[in-house]
Design a protein around this ligand. Structure first.
Ligand SMILES: [Zn+2]
Length: 211
């Protein structure tokens, strides 16, 4: 990847952290083809699932310091990766259906996702923040509808993942501008990120609003 031309030191530092994270992303410890197929084929019952708003998701990611509660990898917020793909379409490709070979593998390893610890399909609460965690896509797709004891994983506590990692969200607005200010792209996310420092009580209210 050729270096970006940051207009501010803060952005330069974020880009450096991003390049560092992508360069040193852990190798996928799972069957890559199976993972991609899981991502590309949403389950038939997806439409019936109660959804969590982007704003509530962002609050949960902030609570978990954008760190995977299963494997501890420091994830990167999806809009950061998406805008990077807009800026570097060849070097850091994105594909809407996550098509194998056409999307940069860092998307699978590093992008932040919201996961239900006890899957909704197994009786877990769909929207309670206590059952929602930040997870890297690789862990999320690998765990699928299994329980922690079935995959032999333990949940990292909020204390164990606490750090000043922000998923590089501090770079979102600058990257958006570098990407040519695409009006509709991740607009909900950009608004949600602007909703500063929501405490968990506010998250619960936000989730309740959408139930
Ligand atoms: Zn993980």
């Amino acid at each position: 990847m050729r270096p970006a031309q940051p207009r501010a030191n803060a952005l330069g530092a974020s880009i450096a952290a991003l390049v560092e994270a992508i360069t040193h992303a852990p190798a996928l410890g799972v069957d890559r083809a199976a993972l991609l197929s899981a991502v590309a084929q949403p389950r038939a019952d997806v439409a019936r699932r109660p959804t969590v708003s982007t704003r509530a998701s962002v609050a949960i990611f902030r609570r978990d310091c954008w760190t995977c509660r299963y494997c501890g990898v420091k994830t990167i917020a999806a809009p950061v990766l998406r805008f990077l793909s807009e800026i570097y379409p060849k070097e850091f490709p994105y594909h809407a259906n996550w098509k194998s070979g056409e999307i940069h593998e860092s998307w699978l390893v590093l992008s932040t996702s919201l996961d239900h610890v006890v899957p909704g399909a197994r009786g877990g609460d769909w929207t309670n923040p206590d059952n929602l965690v930040a997870a890297c896509w690789a862990c999320n797709a690998s765990k699928a509808d299994l329980l922690l004891e079935e995959v032999g994983w333990e949940l990292l506590t909020e204390d164990e993942v606490r750090s000043d990692w922000d998923g590089l969200t501090g770079a979102v607005e600058d990257l958006w501008k570098l990407a040519g200010s695409p009006e509709g792209l991740f607009k909900t996310w950009r608004l949600a990120l602007a909703y500063a420092g929501a405490p968990l009580s506010a998250v619960r209210r936000e989730v309740a609003r959408h139930e």
